[in-house]
Design a protein around this ligand. Structure first.
Ligand SMILES: Cc1ncc(COP(=O)(O)O)c(C=O)c1O
Length: 429
C-alpha cells in the first residue's frame, strides 16, 4: 500500500514499508472489533494503558458526568475538585511521604517533570554541582529530549544524539525463571554503580529507574532485592531516586505499585498509562515533602516553571478516580494473574525456540531465538505479529521479545488460549 497520500503519520513507524493496517471499529472488555467484522483479543492492553478492560462502563459514566459539569479549565490560578480528589487518593495509596502531586499529560512529560524537579531541587538549595544523572542500560523513559537522554541509546535516539545530555548508565540486572544466581548479576550492576559513585558521587542530582520491569527495553525484569540494595548505595551519597512507574504502576507488578511491592520508597515517582484506566491522557509526578520544601519559597526563582494546557484535565481526573475505585475493589483481578502466567509458561517449557522466560505480576515475557540476531529490529517480530492477528490475538513483540500484558478483565480460559496460540504460532516457524 502507498501511504504517501495518507494524512496520519504513525508513531515509531516507517510509513513506506508499512503493510495494510487492520482498522479498529469498537472495543468491549478484552475484545477489539475490526471494521471488517473480525475480533481480536487485546493481550497487550493497547499501549499498556487499558487497565480493567475497554469501554469499562463505570469509567465511561464518570467521564460523561464530568463532561456535563466541567470539561476543562486552566489549572493555574484556579483549582477544581477532580484534581484535588485524585491527588488525595493517589497520595493515600502510595508510601507515606510521597505527598505532592504535579500533573501533566503522558509518561514522557511525567519523566521530564521528574528530571527537572530533581535538577532544580539541588539548585534551589544553592548546590550547583549536582548536575549529573544516573540511569540504566536498556531503559526507555519516553520521547521528549530529557526522557530520551536518560533512555538507552538505540535506534530510537540515534538521530537525536547531539541533542541529548550525557548520562551514566548502569547495567539493569535482568533475571529469568531459570536464573540460578540473580544475586551475582545484581552484584555486577552494583559494582558498576559503585565505580560511578566513587568518581562522581557528589555530582549526581538523581538516578532514574523503571523499577522491577523495563518495558520497551524488552520486558526485562529485576528483583525487589536489587531495588533495596540500590537505595542503600544511593542513600550514602544523598542522591535522589526517581521511580518511573509509568508502565508498572496501578497493579501491573501484582501489587498496586512496584515501590510497594519492593518496599522501597523513591523521592519522586512518575505515573501515567493506567492512571485513567486507559481512557484519557493524564500523568502525575509525585514527590516527597523534602523535595517539595525545596521549591516552597518567597523567591520566584525557586518556582517549578513547567506546565501544560491540559494540566489536571477534569475528564482525566474523573476517569482516574473511577479507575481507582475499580482497582481497589477488584484487587483480586490483578493479584491472581501471576499464578495463571506460571501455569501458561509451564506449557511452553522446553520449547526449542524460547529462552529467558520471565514473569512479574500481570506481565510475562520470553525471548524468541532469532538466528539473525536479537533486538528491536529483529526480523521475527513482524512475522509472528501477523500470524497472531490472523489467529485473533493482538500481541506485539518488541523485536524478538514476546510478552503478554492483558487488561485485568482477562479470564483464566482466555489467558490459556493466549499461551496455546503462542505455542501454535511458534510451531509454524
Ligand atoms: C516506563 C515508561 N516511561 C515512560 C514512557 C513514556 O510514556 P508516553 O508514551 O505516555 O509518553 C513509557 C512508554 O512506554 C514507559 O514505558
Amino acid at each position: 500500500m502507498d501511504y504517501r497520500e495518507t494524512s496520519v503519520w504513525l508513531p515509531f513507524t516507517q510509513m513506506k514499508t508499512l503493510p495494510e493496517l487492520p482498522r479498529v471499529k469498537s472495543a468491549d472488555g478484552i475484545m477489539l472489533e475490526l471494521a471488517d467484522g473480525r475480533r481480536l483479543m487485546d493481550c497487550i492492553s493497547s499501549w499498556w494503558v487499558t487497565l480493567h478492560g475497554h469501554t469499562q462502563p463505570e469509567i465511561v459514566e464518570a467521564i460523561c458526568q464530568q463532561a456535563r459539569q466541567l470539561e476543562h479549565v486552566i489549572c493555574a490560578g484556579l483549582i477544581h475538585e477532580p484534581a484535588e480528589k485524585l491527588a488525595d487518593r493517589l497520595t493515600g495509596i502510595l508510601p507515606d511521604n510521597l505527598n505532592h502531586v504535579f500533573y501533566s499529560d503522558d509518561g514522557s512529560t511525567a519523566v521530564e517533570v521528574g528530571l527537572k524537579m530533581a535538577f532544580q531541587y539541588w539548585k534551589n538549595q544553592g548546590i550547583k554541582s549536582r548536575t549529573r544523572f544516573l540511569a540504566f542500560e536498556g531503559a526507555y523513559h519516553g520521547d521528549t529530549l530529557g526522557a530520551m537522554s536518560v533512555s538507552h541509546r538505540s535506534v530510537f535516539t540515534d538521530a537525536f544524539g547531539e541533542m541529548l545530555f550525557d548520562v551514566d548508565f548502569v547495567p539493569y540486572p535482568e533475571t529469568f525463571m531459570t536464573d540460578s544466581d540473580p544475586a551475582a548479576t545484581e552484584a555486577q550492576a552494583l559494582a558498576v554503580l559503585s565505580d560511578f559513585l566513587d568518581k562522581y558521587g557528589d555530582q549526581y542530582a538523581a538516578l532514574i529507574i523503571e523499577p522491577l520491569i523495563q518495558g520497551s527495553g524488552g520486558m526485562r525484569m529485576c528483583r525487589p532485592e536489587f531495588l533495596a540494595k540500590l537505595r542503600d548505595q544511593l542513600a550514602a551519597y544523598d542522591i535522589l531516586t526517581i521511580f518511573d512507574e509509568v508502565m508498572v504502576g496501578f497493579g501491573r507488578t501484582g501489587d498496586l505499585f512496584a515501590c510497594l511491592k519492593a518496599e522501597v520508597t523513591p523521592d519522586i515517582i512518575c505515573l501515567s498509562k493506567g492512571i485513567t484506566g486507559g481512557f484519557m491522557p493524564l500523568a502525575v509526578t509525585i514527590c516527597t515533602d523534602a523535595v517539595y520544601e525545596a521549591f516552597y519559597s518567597d523567591d520566584p526563582y525557586k518556582t517549578l516553571y513547567h506546565g501544560h494546557s491540559y494540566t489536571a484535565n477534569p475528564l482525566g481526573c474523573a476517569a482516574g478516580l473511577a479507575s481507582l475505585d475499580l482497582l481497589e475493589s477488584g484487587q483480586e483481578n490483578f493479584r491472581r494473574m501471576e499464578a495463571w502466567h506460571h501455569e501458561g509458561m509451564k506449557r511452553l517449557e522446553g520449547h526449542p525456540l524460547l529462552e529467558k522466560r520471565r514473569i512479574c505480576g500481570t506481565i510475562s515475557a520470553m525471548n524468541i531465538k532469532d538466528n539473525q540476531g536479537p533486538g528491536y529490529l529483529s526480523s521475527i517480530g513482524p512475522v509472528i505479529k501477523k500470524r497472531f492477528i490472523e489467529a485473533g490475538f493482538l500481541l506485539r513483540p518488541l523485536g524478538n521479545v514476546l510478552y503478554i500484558l492483558p487488561p485485568y478483565c482477562i479470564t483464566k480460559s482466555q489467558i490459556d488460549s493466549v499461551y496455546a496460540c503462542i505455542r501454535d504460532v511458534l510451531n509454524t516457524l
